[in-house]
Design a protein around this ligand. Structure first.
Ligand code: HEC
Length: 132
């Protein structure tokens, strides 16, 4: 299900985990490109950060000023890849689910709220593109 949040942002809300995973891997098989939204605290297990993403999240959390996104060339096994990271911040439209009290309060979907406030880093968009 796609949830309309604002003019610019559509959030894919997972009601059937298996289907979400399936969609992700079909895209990955067809294009070779991996798109994730890693976060240190994540709801979807598909967004568990790998070691490179953990470092990227630390770098993004400390970043200030313009152009906080960055990319780098690295290896995954024997495959050369370009990895791109862009920060995802909490705005007022996110607070109904990601804001509030971390101590037990749940959002409309029954998840525990994250206890974040507007402007906090919630995670990143991580894109991995295989290159020759
Ligand atoms: C209707 C409730 C709701 C709203 C509003 C919402 N989210 Fe989420 N968010 C979720 C759920 C549920 C997930 C887990 C989705 C999944 O299983 O793929 C999630 C996942 C995420 C993730 C991926 C990391 C993870 O936890 O798996 C990020 C990043 C994120 N949200 C940021 C935002 C931002 C930024 C906004 C506002 C622009 C926002 N969300 C608004 C419910 C919401």
């Amino acid at each position: 299900m796609v949830k309309y949040v604002s003019e610019k942002i559509f959030i894919f809300v997972r009601f059937d985990g298996a289907k979400t995973v399936e969609t992700g891997s079909i895209f990955q098989i067809k294009t070779g490109i991996i798109i994730k939204q890693p976060a240190n605290y994540y709801r979807n297990p598909c967004n568990r950060p790998d070691e490179t993403e953990k470092k990227a999240l630390t770098r993004l959390a400390a970043a200030t000023g313009e152009n906080r996104d960055f990319g780098e060339i690295s290896m995954i096994g024997k495959q050369k890849v370009y990895r791109y990271f862009r920060p995802v911040y909490i705005s007022t439209g996110c607070l109904g689910c990601h804001g509030g009290d971390k101590q037990g309060e749940t959002d409309v979907l029954g998840f525990r709220k994250d206890g974040l406030k507007s402007g906090d880093l919630r995670g990143a968009i991580s894109v991995t593109v295989p290159i020759k």
